[in-house]
Design a protein around this ligand. Structure first.
Ligand code: ATP
Length: 199
């Protein structure tokens, strides 16, 4: 599985639609300071569900929308689509290509799509779980990330190994099952109370 294409429109410095096609192997992005190299990696993290404006070098989510320049009016929407080659079927979905799209409007309204069908962020997170690609995955190593990993608490570092070992989805399912179990227990005890009152 590899990153095949990235389509960006209205995101940060990319006012116009651009599409980048990647081949397997290594791709380098070069350009002068401030030309938008880091905005490309920001767009990848954003489309994968990043929720923190700070880690996208902004103060609020609206900052990812092209804010205009002296010669260009701001736009009202940012959209990024990331296409992964899935011929290896690493992602458990019956498509050879998987396109994840995220769109945000100035009103704050946000939308996610999986192969052009509207979906929830949760669906994208579940699909990418244990692949290392997700927002918390180790496939995007930003500046300072290595230091952060080395100096983080052993429990935090363990999360990276768990993702690589492919057990995060099982842990998540266990947590969800435990939550359901606990709410069922609450309901049962409420029913027992009602029965007791009726007796
Ligand atoms: P360097 O090599 O110095 O790290 P870079 O090529 O990585 O630079 P970026 O940090 O990706 O550059 O891009 C910074 C540029 O993006 C700045 O010119 C900034 O004004 C522009 N920019 C960021 N957010 C927006 C936005 N919402 N609207 C318009 N332009 C934006």
């Amino acid at each position: 599985m590899y990153l095949k294409r990235l389509d960006i429109q209205g995101f940060k410095s990319f006012a116009d639609k651009i599409d980048m096609h990647f081949e397997g192997g290594i791709t380098g992005v070069v350009g002068p300071n401030g030309s938008g190299k880091s905005n490309i990696s920001d767009s990848i993290r954003w489309v994968l569900g990043e929720q923190s404006p700070k880690s996208l070098r902004g103060s609020k989510m609206e900052d990812v929308i092209f804010a205009g320049t002296t010669s260009r009016r701001p736009v009202g929407m940012a959209e990024v689509s990331l296409t992964l080659d899935n011929t290896s079927q690493m992602l458990p979905i019956d498509y050879g290509e998987v396109t994840i799209t995220r769109r945000v409007y100035r009103s704050g309204e946000s939308e996610y799509y999986l192969n052009k069908s509207s979906c929830r962020l949760k669906d994208i997170r579940e699909l990418l779980m244990d692949t290392g690609i997700g927002k918390e995955g180790y496939s995007i190593i930003g500046q300072g990330k290595i230091d952060e990993i080395l100096s983080s608490k052993p429990e935090d570092r363990r999360l990276i190994f768990e993702e690589a070992a492919g057990i995060v989805k099982y842990k998540n399912r266990r947590d969800e099952a435990e939550k359901k179990l606990s709410s069922t227990k609450d309901n049962l005890s409420r029913v027992a109370d009602i029965l007791h009152e009726l007796e």
